[in-house]
Design a protein around this ligand. Sequence first.
Ligand SMILES: *Cc1c(COP(=O)(O)O)cnc(C)c1O
Length: 681
Amino acid sequence: MTNSLNITPESSPKPAPVAGQSSAHVPNANIATNVLNTTHAFAQVKANDWSVEKSAKVYGINNWGNGYFRINQNGNVAVTPKGEKGPGVDLYELTQELQDRGIRIPIMIRFPDIIKERVELLHSCFQKAFADHNYKGQYCGVYPIKVNQQRHLVQELVKYGKDLRLGLEAGSKPELLIVLSLMNTPNAVIICNGFKDTEYIETALLAQKIGREIVIVVDRKDELKIITETAKKLNMRPKIGFRAKLNTQGAGKWVDSAGARSKFGLTSIEIVEGLEFLKQQNMLDCLELLHYHIGSQVPSIQSIKSSLKEAARFYTELHALGAKLKYIDVGGGLGVDYDGTGSSDSSVNYSEQEYANDVVSTLQTLCDEKGVPHPNIITEAGRSLVAHHSVLVFNVMGVNNLYRAEPPIPATKKDPSIMQELQYTFEKLTKENINECFNDLLQSKNETLNLFTYGVLNLTQRAWCESMFFTIATKILTLAQSTPDCEDIVSELRTVLCDTYFCNFSVFQSVPDSWAVGQLFPVMPIHNLKEEPCHEATLADLTCDSDGKIEKFIDTESGEVKKTLRVHPYAEGQAPYYLAVFLTGAYQEILGDLHNLFGDTDAVHISIHESGYTVDHYVPGDTVTEVLTYVQYGRAEMVDNVRQYTEESINNGNITKQEAKALIKHYEEGLSGYTYLEEME
Ligand SMILES: *Cc1c(COP(=O)(O)O)cnc(C)c1O
């Protein structure tokens, strides 16, 4: 088609004769109302063509779900910490029952049973690798609390890790204070990382005197002197670690955590000098540990192996120089398969067992070569222990829907030819000419915009064209879904007709990495999964920030990232529609911020057992008043101000006393309420 108003004979069909139109009819006058008549058609195939297995495939839940999440025969997401055979809970029913108890959506639901599984899994992977390789050292898992410092969670980790001697890692002074109060597991290691001042170091050293196995890792060379001097003052032998700055880099989004220019760690020069210094101080035996960390979410096992080889050489060389270290601390980085592809930055190309095997076999080989005893292995896996355990459930509040069942008022010969062409396409469309009509449709879109820009179409006419465009697209999609070989058209039109689902949550508060580093998280509806999710949508959050949206989803078929999520049709006033973001247990909560003053969500801890579940803890989310105090607003003063303004208006006769009372009531209730949208009681 051309951009001119003339219909060229070879490329454009003749406008169809329009029935029932008097020539005196002026369509434009009526179009506006018709355009606003938003009737939605839900192009849907028969429900019995669909199955929960198909839903599982669309969302990839059996890949990223790791056995902890699946779809049950009711078409709801089930949480099964011990896999299919173990006990489970229906996430949709749970969501409803939590709301019955007055817990408000969005809800962060934590499953401590999954934490237990993760702690035991990593431990058993190392035990198996030790047995297979006849490795002589011991395994000491350590949880870096920066990944999620929430008290109940850390307590659960300590509890489940007690028999496995799971230790904790602190990356700052406040974190050390948490660690000292929450853990007294005998022989569990405490690792002190991060920037340290004298106070931090002195606290750590004194904690050694109350029986903690505490290792202070030298991250910057200046710290070594403070440690040795403070220890002498306290008349004790410190346990010291060196963090090596490796040359080998990790991979993925956090690749800059290692390498010569990384923030922390000692260069080879500094390590040799540090060793000399300790010798002079007669404290070489205090050097017990070598640490390194190549960054988080390392997607490839090759990076893990090559960094470990370099670190293992540091280890054996330190032995050769006389430092009889006991531990190698391989840091964090053990990744989580967020998208189930096994091949992207949001995924990993190795299992926990392969990780353990490679760590153990590499160390064994290099130590045996040099005749150095096998070190005890410390891992600082954080993400891998806690990512799976929490799920954010939220509801859809509204939808921007482009589907249209009803065409606008028919175009006539007096209308611009683009309108007549669209009218013709709409009328001639059948199963037989889907392709042709689809191509016409795609062309008409640009043409409409051009004609509007050139001043040929007025706004009402443009609105008519867009309305007809979406009507035709809806009709083509409906036909194409039941026509063979139209999969491409179906998927393209679903994207064209992509809805925006307005969701009751804040990306910045609950999945900040989705915004900050473009990380992908699994998102899917938690119910209706026996029916085909036949719409595509992007998700917009409650903030007024245009970045507050999720537009990155898993495409399990291609393994690529796609911009829209398959969803079920939603219309306002309909039954609630719940979506969830999964695997949000690592980093998201503590990195979350108060953008637009959306605070912490309500959170619950749910234990699952054979006979059902129990709500172990309910942690209420922030009230508006709490959030406002972070930005220095006081409730009493705010209420008092508004009260004074209403008094003035009462005196002026602008507001009645009853109205003023209602305003103050709303104001006070608003301050006590949830920061998210609440259903009217
Ligand atoms: C953040 C951090 C970790 C945790 O990394 P994960 O990838 O979450 O396992 C471990 N060690 C150090 C030093 C860290 O800074």
